[in-house]
Design a protein around this ligand. Structure first.
Ligand code: ARG
Length: 576
């Protein structure tokens, strides 16, 4: 049994069966780590009513069964009926020793793998990613990595905005600039000027605006020249995204793009289907669905517009087609939208329609993993010095530039230094984002992100570098430290107990789609290691046995930190 929580759940389940009968075996034992013992169970409170007993009495009767088990050192009733459990040192030491040679480090594969579609990053063609994309990209990628590690089949879907009326003006502008010039200019990934120039003309030149509108119709009809220029914009955008994702250690590839244009051919059929079933109705000339429970300010039902009165399809129609495709064609068991909070109502309506249409059943789940804002100082909108939108690339550059000042300057190789700064800067930025609950907003503060102490990327990276240097001084490869692990000092015991919780931390992260849970676990792990290293000499331990035990604990810590940081998508330099 590699996972502590699972072992305790089994123990409690056995105790319930022995005391109250098999009917009670499957009750959730509500086990949590506790400040008063190692773990605490609130099971007696939930069972008391069903058993017609006082919670304390229920707890007393369960406790009687626990202490006989080898895993349990001591169990006692506390307060209104909590059961406090202290684990046996010997048992813990044995588990920790077994963990050293467990390639999965206690993270068990799930019994029932699911097909999970994760919709994240949400890039748009001919637009640069801005600061706001950091969160929806990084959080989504961490969720994907964690789910895959647990054995789920993950389908990454970067819902790419490559369709819509804005392409009329972009294509017209490209034709005026010249196709080759456009291609070369955009190959650098600097779309902002191009987009703004097109937009400016659209607003100031009525003839251009007219041509743009006609161009949209041509594009949608598949006219050759329009398609060719559109392809050129898509190609340049993909090139740009590939580079940026690589720099950010994001696992999205070309194959993971989920372009809006892909759904375009499905839209007429989708509308027919929903109209035939009576779900979609024509209102003011537009085809709409009115999912129950959504009302506007004046209390009137809110429409999700499938087809506008001019016959065009918009963002909502595409999202309805996408959820249908994901549930019916990809046969997703779970769909996770890692999207900003400003799209909460839109997505809630899309999911409601999927449920109404019968595509989304109770056997499946679809959720909006809401992502809050990253703001400037004082919670204000994040702005560059010149007042514009922060580009994600600029944010990374700034993080890396500042990281150069944080890292140790005794490394004289310029290339190595640059690589370390890159890892530390990118890691600080990404970790800073992943370590806060994704729903909350936070203020971008480079000093805090790059601090070498506290719950930061650099602190965790530094912890791994420090462990590697212990092994370097020992002249030993970390993998060769096999223990056995002994737990004499409280700091050793606390560290082992923590490391044995890795499996639970990963599972909880996947379940809630909340990477900050894993981040918090890694920070606690690094903190426990720091205390251990302060209190327990490793290389100068009193005996070989003790030294081997502590080296094994250090090696295990390194492996857990590296695995956890990898699951979060945080690069780790060898030295710092
Ligand atoms: N491209 C969209 C935007 O910029 C985000 C896409 C989010 N995903 C979705 N299925 N709607 O707003």
């Amino acid at each position: 049994m590699a996972d502590l929580q699972a072992a305790l759940e089994a123990l409690l389940s056995d105790a319930l069966t022995a005391e109250f009968g098999a009917d009670y075996a499957a009750t959730d034992p509500l086990i949590r780590p506790s400040a008063f013992a190692d773990y605490q169970s609130a099971i007696a409170m939930t069972l008391a009513k069903r058993l017609g007993m006082q919670p304390r009495e229920v707890a007393e009767r369960i406790v009687g069964h626990l202490e006989a088990a080898p895993i349990c050192e001591h169990a006692e009733v506390s307060g209104p009926g909590f059961i406090n459990i202290t684990l046996s040192d010997n048992w813990l030491a044995g588990q920790a020793t077994a963990l050293v040679t467990d390639p999965r480090l206690g993270v068990e594969l799930v019994d029932a793998p699911q097909t999970v579609v994760v919709d994240y990053s949400g890039p748009n063609v001919a637009k640069e990613l801005h600061a706001g994309h950091l969160r929806v990209t990084g959080v989504g990628d961490a969720i994907v990595r964690v789910l895959e590690h647990l054995g789920h089949t993950v389908i990454r879907a970067a819902h790419l905005g490559d369709w819509g009326t804005q392409f009329g003006m972009l294509i017209e502008h490209a034709l005026e600039v010249g196709e080759q010039t456009t291609y070369d200019q955009l190959a650098t990934g600097e779309f902002t000027d191009f987009y703004q120039a097109a937009n400016e003309k659209f607003r100031s030149d009525p003839a251009f605006a007219d041509r743009s509108r006609r161009r949209v119709v041509l594009l949608q009809a598949g006219e050759e020249q329009s398609l060719r220029v559109w392809h050129l914009l898509v190609t340049d955008s993909m090139e740009y995204l590939r580079k940026l994702y690589a720099r950010l250690h994001i696992t999205l590839t070309d194959d993971d793009m989920d372009p809006e244009s892909f759904y375009n051919p499905m839209l007429p059929g989708l509308c027919d289907e929903l109209e035939a079933s009576g779900l979609a109705v024509v209102s003011d000339g537009a085809l709409c669905v009115f999912p129950p429970g959504f009302t506007g300010r004046d209390g009137s039902p809110l429409p999700l517009i499938l087809r506008k009165s001019d016959g065009g399809y918009g963002y909502a129609a595409t999202d309805v087609a996408a959820i249908r495709y994901r549930l019916l064609d990809l046969k997703a068991d779970r769909v996770i939208y890692v999207v900003g909070s400003e799209q909460q109502q839109h997505l809630a309506m899309v999911l409601a329609v999927a449920r109404q249409a019968g595509w989304l059943t109770d056997a499946q789940s679809a959720e909006h993993a809401v992502v809050g804002l990253m703001t400037g100082p004082g919670g204000q909108r994040l702005r560059t010095r010149s007042g514009g939108q922060y580009k994600l690339a600029e944010l990374i550059d700034e993080a890396v530039e500042r990281a150069e000042k944080v890292i140790n300057d005794r490394y004289d190789g310029a290339e190595l230094r640059a690589q370390i700064a890159e890892d530390v800067g990118v890691g600080a930025l990404k970790y800073g984002d992943l370590s806060v609950a994704r729903t909350s907003s936070y203020v971008l503060d480079f000093d805090r992100l790059l601090a070498l102490t506290g719950n930061t990327g650099p602190y965790l990276q530094y912890a791994t570098a420090r462990i590697r240097s212990i092994f370097q001084r020992a002249g030993l490869a970390p993998d060769l430290a096999a223990g056995p692990i002994e737990l004499a000092e409280p700091a050793e015991r606390a560290l082992a107990l923590r490391l044995l919780g890795f499996g639970t931390a990963v599972a909880e992260t996947a379940q809630a789609a909340e990477p900050h849970k894993l981040a918090a676990f890694l920070f606690d792990t690094a903190s426990d290691f720091t205390t251990f290293y302060e209190q327990c000499p490793v290389l100068r331990a009193g005996s070989d046995r003790l030294r081997n035990s502590r080296l094994a604990l250090a090696s295990l810590t390194l492996k857990v930190l590296l695995s956890g940081l990898d699951l979060l998508g945080i690069p780790v330099p060898q030295r710092m």
